[in-house]
Ligand binder design. Structure first.
Ligand code: 6GU
Length: 246
């Protein structure tokens, strides 16, 4: 997958050299290219923002640098990328959206600072590219860069060959499968007793059927306690007969 990011803080993306994503890049599974938005300005101050029409606080990102940058990057190879614009007023970014993005050959991210990008930029590209305004949650960040890191990490770990163990993708909270729609329950490793705390004996029993049932019960209990609305969302087909006893 190719990923381009246009930002006034390309140095913000240094973490993409590390760990899982760093390795995926090294293996050639991910081609991440960073661009400085100011390279598409033409004044000595490399201005990317201006005061908002209609008044109000803060600054708005000017349309010209963004359009020149997006035109240059989106036109730099094959079929155009999907354009992703992180904004707190976008549609929610969920595991479902991550799975959708993971199927794309090319993503272009346009994270904004200040009060956002002049709305005409979205209007312009909506007729030319697939454009997605997405929010990573109901809180406000100082800019879209941290959201891009979140989205790239959620998508990259779904790409074939990126994770060591393919099972860890399907066992995730929110992933389709046996635990669909539930939070993951607790996990344990050696030693069997630590500071007087025992590992639940069933996990040492070797009874894989009973262990799977126990894990599902724990996931259900945790989800009921922390995210009851997720259990409600499962609907009648999402719960089996044993689930109802939990
Ligand atoms: Cl995508 N951007 C900003 N600036 N704030 C956010 C966000 C995005 N998602 C949640 N809050």
């Amino acid at each position: 997958m190719r990923v381009d990011i246009i930002s006034i803080f390309p140095e913000y993306f240094a973490p993409l050299d590390v760990s899982l994503i760093g390795k995926a890049r090294h293996k050639g599974l991910l081609d991440i290219r960073l661009h400085q938005l100011r390279d598409w300005t033409h004044d000595v101050h490399r201005t990317v923002d201006d005061t908002p029409y209609g008044g109000g606080p803060g600054m708005v990102m000017k349309p010209e640098p963004w359009s020149e940058a997006i035109d240059a990057v989106a036109g730099s190879g094959g079929p155009p990328p999907r354009l992703i614009v992180p904004t707190p007023s976008g549609r929610p970014f969920t595991q479902e959206v991550a799975l959708e993005y993971a199927k794309e050959p090319w993503l272009l991210f346009a994270p904004a600072r200040y009060e956002g990008i002049d709305a005409r930029v979205m209007a312009e590209y909506e007729s030319r590219l697939r454009v997605d305004e997405v929010s990573i949650g109901d809180y406000v960040l100082a800019g879209g860069e941290a959201a891009v890191l979140v989205i790239v990490e959620a998508v990259a770990r779904l790409l074939p060959g990126v994770l060591g163990n393919a099972g860890s993708v399907t066992d995730d909270s929110f992933a389709p499968g046996a635990m669909a729609g539930l939070l993951e329950g607790p996990v344990y490793t050696k030693p069997p007793v630590w500071r007087g705390h025992q590992v639940p004996p069933i996990l040492l029993s070797g009874n894989h059927g009973a262990i799977a049932r126990w894990r599902r019960d724990e996931a259900l209990r945790r989800t009921l306690a922390k995210r009851p609305e997720l259990v409600a969302r499962l609907g009648p087909e999402g719960l089996d007969k044993r689930d109802r006893e939990v």
